[in-house]
Design a protein around this ligand. Structure first.
Ligand SMILES: *Cc1c(COP(=O)(O)O)cnc(C)c1O
Length: 379
């Protein structure tokens, strides 16, 4: 008889107790660096760990500039502002994502427009994006305009689900053609690549998250990543109350945000970043064990897409249908194994259900079937 899934997962994590979806691991210099911040008294909004974390983290994406923020949602908000998103603009995104993606669009006073994902990436589909634009958009005076709503479509915001790359190079070409800014929600994708290139390095700007459940954590935190020095400077300005640099004077030249990451959190981030390669190896190893376990079962292991190198942040399986999904969730959770369905589709939430959308067949299919499995690094 096939080995029971709950026993298999217990064996993987070597515990008889509860198995969580994703736990942080602190096996490096975390305590040493945190103590350094306390000894120095620089625990708050300035300190050398912030700069170091920004530089080191951006470097893992082969990008020159990173601006740390207090969470990933704040990084997304500022990224959209940097991309030129204004009040009453539209931003095309996928319905299969975490709420932060759409909240950030709303914070700009803009409207999400939902376009389908690809079944094999769970990320925004370039085919669906292109079809939506051909049908609904036109270029007026160099700006992409939605013919139905007469609003400007300013940016496209794809999300790399669970660390698996969407077809981001094709999306970049479409954005170029339609004069749209490409902003990547790479919150789940630190350490992932597509055609050898780091996710988060394909667009004008990208946002990362270091929330407690992400591949590495700063407690709470995020980062804006860009290759454009002027945008990086603007990001720093906007996230630090738009204060004009001066030896003593308090002058601010815009309504800015207090979005900066405290030094305390950045210290944790620096230590965590030193562990990233180890985390990635451990997670790839875990994915291989899940792949092997599921290869002769009804559930289908969601593997890394063609040309992608995933960080396997959260492993996922695809169930046959909604009933088998719910049965699986009930059984595993009752046994203390934390498994989770994918998010409620954004277009089904009250705040966003009147937003314009294209056909969403793949997203709806996935929403009924995806289950995430415990995926903590085993280090
Ligand atoms: C985690 C996450 C974010 C950012 O979340 P914060 O908790 O604000 O750091 C944004 N988008 C996606 C898709 C995420 O998974």
């Amino acid at each position: 008889m096939a080995q029971d899934i709950t026993n298999f997962i217990r064996d993987l994590f070597g515990t008889d107790g509860p198995v969580f979806l994703h736990e942080p691991r602190f096996r490096g210099n975390e305590k040493a660096y945190l103590n350094e911040t306390i000894d120095s008294t620089y625990v708050s909004s300035v300190g050398e760990f912030v700069t170091r974390f920004e530089t080191d983290c951006a470097r893992t994406l082969d990008m020159p500039f990173g601006v740390a923020t207090m969470n990933g949602t704040a990084a997304l908000h500022i990224s959209l502002l940097l991309a030129g998103v204004e009040n009453q603009d539209e931003v095309i995104t996928q319905p299969l994502t975490f709420i932060a993606t759409c909240n950030a669009i709303s914070y700009c006073g803009a409207h999400p427009v939902f376009v389908d994902v690809d079944k094999d990436t769970m990320g925004l589909s370039p085919t669906a994006l292109s079809a939506f634009l051909e049908e609904n958009a036109e270029i007026r005076n160099g700006t992409c305009v939605n013919k139905t709503t007469n609003r400007k479509i300013r940016a496209v915001l794809p999300m790399h689900s669970f660390g698996h790359a969407c077809r981001i190079d094709e999306i970049a070409v479409i954005c170029e053609k339609w004069s749209l800014a490409l902003v990547e929600d790479a919150a789940e994708a630190l350490g992932s690549r597509y055609k050898e290139k780091a996710l988060g390095s394909f667009g004008k700007v990208a946002a990362l998250s270091f929330n407690g459940n992400k591949i590495l954590t700063t407690g709470g935190g995020g980062m804006i990543v860009t290759s454009d020095e002027a945008l990086a400077r603007r990001a720093k300005h906007l996230t630090t109350t738009a204060k004009v640099a001066h030896a003593w004077d308090f002058t601010h030249d815009a309504v800015g945000y207090n979005y900066r990451m405290p030094n305390l959190n950045a210290a944790l981030g620096c230590a965590q970043l030193e562990m990233l390669d180890e985390f990635l190896i451990s997670k790839r190893d875990l994915a291989a064990l899940y792949r092997e376990f599921f290869h002769d079962r009804d559930e289908v292991f969601f593997d890394e897409p063609t040309d992608a190198q995933s960080n396997f942040w959260l492993n996922a399986i695809i169930m046959k249908n909604l009933e088998s999904r719910d049965a699986f969730l009930a059984k595993t959770n009752a046994a203390g194994i934390m498994t989770r369905p994918v998010w409620t589709l954004m277009n089904r939430l009250d705040m966003f259900k009147s937003c314009q959308r294209g056909p969403l067949d793949a997203a709806e299919w996935l929403a009924d079937r995806v289950v995430n499995l415990p995926s903590s690094a085993r280090v």
